[in-house]
Design a protein around this ligand. Structure first.
Ligand code: FE
Length: 233
C-alpha cells in the first residue's frame, strides 16, 4: 500500500460525506465508498474459510481500502480547492489501487455463499463451454491463473465486451494487467491476507476450497448484466 494512503487525513477533508468540501465549481466528490455488509455471518463459510479470517479480511483489509479510496478522493478535492496539483499523480495512483481493491472485494463477497459450489447452469454454463471448451478446463485455467501470480493479485473470470466471450484475467495488485472493456464476474483473491491465517503456505488448498463456495446465481446475474454492456469497438 502506498505510504501516502496510510498517512492520517486532515480533519477538514475527511469524515462524513458532508465533511467533504465542494470544490470551486460547487461539485462535491460523492458518493463516498462504503464497506458493504456481508449477506452471511463471518463463520458461515467454514470450514473452507474460517470466521476469524473472514472477519479480518472484510472488517480490516477491505475497510482499509475503502478508507484510503475516500482519502484519495478527499485529497483530490483539496488539490482542486488549492489549485495545487503537485501530488496529482500520487493521489490518482492511490485512488486506482484502493478503489480497485474496494470493488474487487465487494464482488468477492457476493460471489461467495455458504450454499455454494457445484457448477453453473443456463447461459453462463453454455458460455463457459463455448469460451473454454468445458467447465473442467475453465476451472483449471482460473485456478492456475490465481496460483501463478507473482506477488499480490487476483484471478478473475471476465466478460470481454469487445470479443463477446469469457476470458480469465490475472490482475496484479488490484488494478494492473487489465484488459479494457472487460467486466469482472467472479474473482479469486490471491493476496496472502486472503488465506495465510488459515492455510499458511498451502495456497493451492485455499484455491481449491473456494470452489465449494461459488455463488453461481450471483455470477450468472453479473454475466447477464455484462452482456448488455456495449462493445467499445
Ligand atoms: Fe483481499
Amino acid at each position: 500500500m502506498p505510504a501516502s494512503a496510510r498517512t492520517a487525513p486532515t480533519a477538514a477533508f475527511l469524515g462524513s460525506r458532508a465533511g467533504v468540501p465542494a470544490d470551486s465549481t460547487g461539485s462535491v466528490p460523492s458518493p463516498l465508498y462504503k464497506v458493504p455488509d456481508l449477506e452471511f455471518d463471518y463463520g458461515a463459510l467454514e470450514p473452507h474459510i474460517s470466521g476469524q479470517l473472514m472477519e479480518l479480511h472484510h472488517g480490516k483489509h477491505h475497510a482499509a481500502y475503502v478508507e484510503n479510496a475516500n482519502l484519495a478522493i478527499a485529497r483530490l478535492a483539496e488539490a482542486r480547492l488549492k489549485g495545487d496539483f503537485t501530488h496529482l499523480a500520487e493521489f490518482e495512483r492511490a485512488l486506482a489501487f484502493n478503489l480497485s481493491g474496494h470493488v474487487l472485494h465487494s464482488i468477492l463477497w457476493k460471489n461467495l455463499t455458504p450454499k455454494g459450489g457445484d457448477r453453473p447452469d443456463g447461459a453462463l454454463a453454455r458460455a463457459i463451454d463455448t469460451s473454454f471448451g468445458s467447465f473442467d478446463t475453465f476451472r483449471k485455467q482460473l485456478t492456475e491463473s490465481a496460483s501463478t501470480i507473482m506477488g499480490s493479485g487476483w484471478a478473475a473470470l471476465a466478460w470481454d465486451t469487445a470479443g463477446e466471450r469469457l476470458i480469465t484475467m490475472q490482475i496484479h495488485d488490484h488494478q494492473s494487467n487489465l484488459g479494457f472493456g472487460c467486466v469482472p464476474l467472479m474473482v479469486i483473491d490471491a493476496w496472502e491476507h486472503a488465506y495465510y491465517l488459515q492455510y499458511q503456505n498451502q495456497k493451492a488448498a485455499f484455491f481449491e476450497a473456494v470452489w465449494q463456495l461459488w455463488n453461481w446465481k450471483d455470477v450468472s446475474s453479473r454475466f447477464t448484466a455484462a452482456r448488455r454492456v456495449a462493445s467499445p469497438e
